[in-house]
Design a protein around this ligand. Structure first.
Ligand code: TYD
Length: 140
């Protein structure tokens, strides 16, 4: 059966080691997520008027987690589109390389944690959607 975009970008549920003292969520690279973590960044103080992301990455894989508040991510491969609402600290979405993503609808308390498989390299970002579509076409 053909792999769908949803299959390629699974929702991940992380171990919750919480107890009566509070919650504890653990994410280990190459275990809970399919890559070694080289970079961590987080986005906050965004709101429901901005759209972030708007790029694809030639190399980087990501996992997005709203550790507080909520946001949405629109994910497309140029053909299919899925929208994931990130609203639980123990849930994430895996986004492989060469997938276009837009993050938006941030709640005022949103803290969007991003785990990445690479160190930052601006040259591997594709920030033009038409260029992205051309690259996808070439990969076929
Ligand atoms: P940008 O890619 O526009 O963020 P987002 O995907 O959340 O919309 O990045 C904003 C700025 O920060 C841009 O100048 C590049 C820089 N940046 C780094 O230097 N390192 C990083 O790991 C990231 C994600 C961004």
């Amino acid at each position: 059966m053909k792999e769908t975009l949803k299959d390629r970008c699974p929702i991940l549920t992380f171990a919750d080691l919480g107890d009566e003292r509070g919650k504890l969520v653990v994410i280990e690279g190459e275990r809970a997520i399919p890559f070694r973590i080289e970079r961590v960044f987080y986005i906050y103080d965004s709101d429901d008027t901005v759209v972030r992301g708007q790029h694809a990455n030639r190399e980087s894989e990501f996992v997005l987690i709203n550790v507080a508040g909520q946001s949405k991510v629109r994910i497309t491969d140029g053909k299919e589109e899925i929208i994931v609402e990130l609203n639980k600290p123990m849930m994430g979405v895996y986004i492989p390389n060469m997938i276009w993503k837009d993050m938006y609808d941030f709640s005022s308390d949103s803290v969007l944690l991003v785990l990445a498989s690479t160190h930052y390299d601006d040259s591997e970002y594709i920030r033009d959607y038409d260029e992205y579509l051309k690259c996808v076409e070439k990969m076929k």
